[in-house]
Every structure is written in C-alpha cells, then in structure tokens.
Design a protein around this ligand. Structure first.
Ligand SMILES: CC(C)(COP(=O)(O)OP(=O)(O)OC[C@H]1O[C@@H](n2cnc3c(N)ncnc32)[C@H](O)[C@@H]1OP(=O)(O)O)[C@@H](O)C(=O)NCCC(=O)NCCS
Length: 180
C-alpha cells in the first residue's frame, strides 16, 4: 500500500500525469483524453494553495501513484475526486486516501457534507465510498456527453458530516422530506 500525505506544488505535475493516465483508460473518471495538461496543472495547483481545498497524494517511494482532491462546491460542501494509477489499485490505497480526506473534512469548521459523482459501472469506487459511509442520493440520467457522442448517467453520492442541524421544516410528501 502506498503512503498518503498532503500534496505540495512540486507534486502537481505527477498528479496531472496520473489524472491523464486514468483519463486515457476512458471509463473511470469524467475527464477524457486528450487531457489539457496546463489546465489541470493550474486547477490542481490552485487546490494545493486554496485554504478550503485539499489535495492528497499516494506515494510509493518517490513515485506519485494516486491523488484525492476536495474542493468547495456550495457553502459547507466539498466535492471529491480521486484516482490511482492502474498498478496501484486493489491494495488498500484508495481506502487510506478516502479515510484521510474524510478525517480532514470532519475536522474542518463549517463543512457539513462531502459529495461526489461516480459512473454507475464503477463498482470498485462505489463499494469504496459505501464502505466509507457515503449514501447513494440519486442517479443523474444522460447527464454527461462523452466525446464518443454517448450520454452517460452518473450516480450522486454524499457523506453527511452534520447530522444534528435541523433539516427543512417543509414537507413535500416525498420520503426523506420535512425535518429529517
Ligand atoms: C476506485 C479506486 C480509487 C479504489 O482504490 P483502490 O486502492 O483500488 O481501493 P482499495 O484497494 O482500497 O479497495 C478496493 C476494494 O474494492 C473492491 N473491489 C474491487 N473491484 C470491485 C468490483 N468490481 N466490485 C465491488 N468491489 C470491488 C476490492 O475487493 C476492495 O475491497 P476490500 O477492501 O473489501 O477487499 C481505484 O480503483 C481507482 O483509482 N480506480 C480508477 C479511477 C476511479 O475510478 N476513480 C474514482 C472515480 S469516482
């Protein structure tokens, strides 16, 4: 299993390389090849620098073999993206990255939830998130146009960190509505 630590700016080009390699597989993450390296270099660098974001790397010796990013989406909510190089999978590294990220988000003032989207066919990732306590919140149908022209569904998952604040007082008649 690779070791997990916070990324530095020096790691970012290696993170982009992992991101591009996983994108080239064409089936696990939203980004598709060919990857715009300079765009992702800027995005990942920004998440290292920004106070409300987190970039973790999984390292095997000096090699970056995976990453996990958390970034603000709506107030109090962090979006999550992660990927491991193919040779680094299935050894518990994803579990370790996710545990470290959830610990960071839980300790962070004002954060009440972590959210993500995953392709429905990505059973390893869905199982990983479920084991970490994420719930499936829904399926977005034909949400994403792929470069092939296909329209792929996604599964929305969330980990609620604040279960004590009151919910909406308004009942809409659907299960889970009202002050739940
Ligand atoms: C998804 C990913 C991050 C998981 O990380 P990982 O290090 O491989 O995961 P772990 O080794 O910690 O755990 C893998 C678990 O998934 C299980 N698993 C593997 N393939 C599976 C499948 N097809 N269905 C269900 N579970 C599966 C393994 O048995 C293992 O469970 P266990 O710990 O109970 O044995 C990694 O595989 C990856 O980077 N995949 C490609 C990119 C990706 O999908 N990113 C997520 C986008 S939402």
């Amino acid at each position: 299993m690779a070791a997990v630590r916070a990324a530095t700016v020096e790691d970012v080009s290696n993170v982009v390389a992992v991101h591009a390699a996983v994108a080239a597989e064409g089936r696990w993450i939203g980004t598709e090849a060919p990857v715009d390296f300079s765009r992702f270099q800027r995005l990942f660098e920004a998440s290292v620098a920004a106070d409300g974001s987190l970039l973790l790397v999984a390292v095997d010796g000096v090699d970056v073999v995976g990453y996990l990013g958390l970034y603000p989406t709506v107030p109090g909510v962090l979006g999550l993206g992660m990927a491991l190089a193919p040779h680094a999978r299935g050894q518990g590294t994803g579990t370790a990255l996710l545990a470290a990220a959830v610990e960071w988000a839980t300790a962070r003032e004002g954060v009440h939830k972590v959210e993500l989207e995953v392709w429905p066919h990505n059973m390893a990732a869905r199982a990983l998130y479920e084991r970490a306590g994420f719930a499936t919140e829904g399926r977005r149908r034909r949400q994403y146009r792929r470069r092939s022209g296909e329209l792929w569904d996604s599964i929305v998952m969330g980990l609620v960190l604040d279960g004590t604040s009151p919910g909406s007082p308004y009942d809409d008649g659907l299960p889970g509505s009202g002050a739940t």
